[in-house]
Design a protein around this ligand. Structure first.
Ligand SMILES: Cc1cc2nc3c(=O)[nH]c(=O)nc-3n(C[C@H](O)[C@H](O)[C@H](O)COP(=O)(O)OP(=O)(O)OC[C@H]3O[C@@H](n4cnc5c(N)ncnc54)[C@H](O)[C@@H]3O)c2cc1C
Length: 448
């Protein structure tokens, strides 16, 4: 188990004791320009401070508590609530969709994959399929396969679906610790403008993307450093003048449902630690400057003068950080061989070429693949499920397991399982997977 102990680390900044990581600012010698000093976790003094014991108000006692409102968490909360379980959803930002919306990562990959008869088959159904259909109906989605959506429309649709399902939504709220009784999770401490409070729950679902909850619960996991990016959007792309003297074709990203707007992906720097807040802060500022400068250059190019930077994503593009060590680790072999699981919760597709047994298999040939329920169950913690980009998989699979389609499917599976566990008064570990598959099928999921 790798535990990072920075949460309670006290940092002396400029002579004053403060909790957390300070970003010191200094005046650069010889200039009147204030520049932010790059901070690094390694250089900070390591001290600990004991937090005094105190009474914490209990905001709610609920059946299911979902932490994180990305694609996985939104699907999980809707699925749980639709089984009749009282469900709370906690999200630190002001919108649902996670990286799909706040990260401006707009293409829903992979809605289709190759079936056993070598046909392209739709794989994303159920709650993810409903989200996609509602965005098409609003005219806020382009492309039938792997649709690219408008982020504001997606935030709206996800809000509406959460409301309709009767989920109790807590925005602007950070899950900061867990309440444990031995190996059983009893609830979560939350922080918000209303202060520190507790939400107690019969089942908790970790959809934080970074596995914050299974980490705090003391469960087992691996960590993976990977490239972190920052997506942005350009406006006025329909006003590019290709007849301008000196015009050259430039890379300006890809289309969105709004004809004047493109989204621009960024792979970013390799081998980044997404669990180091100083690293995230430094990347954020470096990338914002890089994007600003590249758009300034673009606007100086003949034909592109009217293009402008519409926005940078409000969520930094973290692809992976913690990966659960769960009851079953999904393997590359499983996804390449149509492996079927008796506890399947859904099917996903692949979006990229994969090296398998020495051969590069292009995405057009990649099979659809099943996801077993056991890959969502931690080994130690009772009453906790995990969905989204941190469920249990072999790291070779990271490109497929982190895509939005997979996150929607794992979220749907975990939410339905949590609802069933509440109904049957069972630990999620012990529910009947036959009944789980019935619930999922009733909720429109496709199990292969
Ligand atoms: C640059 C980039 C490009 C990508 N391109 C594509 C693409 O084209 N197509 C595709 O399908 N996928 C793409 N992906 C992957 C995909 O967007 C994400 O992996 C997916 O959104 C993950 O969903 P999730 O629900 O697991 O987590 P997230 O989307 O990360 O959502 C997690 C949510 O939990 C919240 N949260 C986290 N911690 C806490 C806490 N402690 N308390 C309260 N709330 C918390 C977060 O605010 C967030 O809303 C890309 C990713 C990146 C970074």
């Amino acid at each position: 188990m790798k535990r990072r102990d920075f949460v309670y680390r006290a940092v002396l900044t400029g002579g004053a004791l403060s909790l957390g990581i300070g970003c010191k600012r200094k005046i650069e010698p010889g200039t009147d320009k204030e520049v932010a000093q790059q901070v690094s976790m390694d250089k900070l003094p390591v001290r600990t401070i004991r937090e005094p014991e105190r009474e914490i108000p209990v905001l709610a006692e609920t059946d299911v508590l979902v932490i994180g409102g990305g694609p996985a968490g939104t699907a999980a909360a809707i699925a749980a609530s639709r089984t009749g379980a009282e469900t709370y959803l906690v999200e630190r930002y002001n919108h649902l969709g996670g990286l799909w919306t706040g990260g401006l990562v707009l293409p829903l990959l992979s809605t289709h994959a190759v079936d056993k008869k070598k046909r392209q088959q739709q794989v994303i159904f159920g709650i993810g399929g409903e989200m996609s259909k509602r965005l098409i109906d609003l005219g806020m989605s382009v492309h039938e396969v792997n649709p690219v959506v408008d982020p504001e429309a997606a935030k709206y649709v996800l809000d509406e679906m959460i409301r309709e399902a009767g989920v109790k939504m807590l925005y602007h709220t950070w899950a900061s610790n867990v309440i444990m009784d031995g190996n059983t999770i009893k609830g979560v401490f939350i922080e918000s403008k209303s202060g520190r409070m507790a939400v107690l729950a019969r089942v908790v679902i970790d959809c934080t993307g970074d596995g914050d909850i299974f980490h705090l619960a003391g469960d087992n996991y691996d960590t993976m450093n990977y490239a972190i990016g920052l997506v942005h959007r350009l406006g006025n792309v329909d006003r590019i003048n290709k007849d301008a003297i000196g015009y050259v074709k430039k890379s300006i990203g890809n289309e969105t449902p709004l004809k004047s707007v493109n989204w621009v992906n960024m792979w970013g720097k390799e081998n980044q630690d997404a669990l180091d807040v100083t690293n995230l802060s430094n990347l954020q500022m470096d990338y914002r400057r890089d994007i600003w400068n590249s758009v300034l250059d673009l606007r100086k190019t003949p034909g592109y003068e009217e293009v402008f930077l519409l926005d940078t994503a409000s969520q930094l593009g973290v692809r992976v950080s913690r990966i659960l060590d769960g009851e079953y680790r999904l393997t590359l072999e499983d996804t390449m061989t149509f492996r079927s699981f008796s506890d399947v919760v859904g099917v996903s597709g692949a979006w990229t070429t994969m090296l398998y047994k020495g051969r590069k298999v292009p995405k057009s040939e990649r099979p659809c693949w099943q996801i077993p329920y056991r890959s969502l169950i931690p080994k130690k913690t009772e009453n906790l499920l995990v969905a989204g980009r941190c469920f249990c998989f072999e790291r070779e699979l990271v490109e497929d397991t982190r895509i939005i389609g997979t996150c929607l499917v794992t979220g749907h599976g975990a939410g339905a399982a949590a609802g069933l566990a509440v109904k049957e008064n069972e630990s999620p570990r012990n529910i009947s997977t036959k009944k789980l598959k019935q619930v999922l099928t009733q909720q429109g999921a496709w199990l292969g």
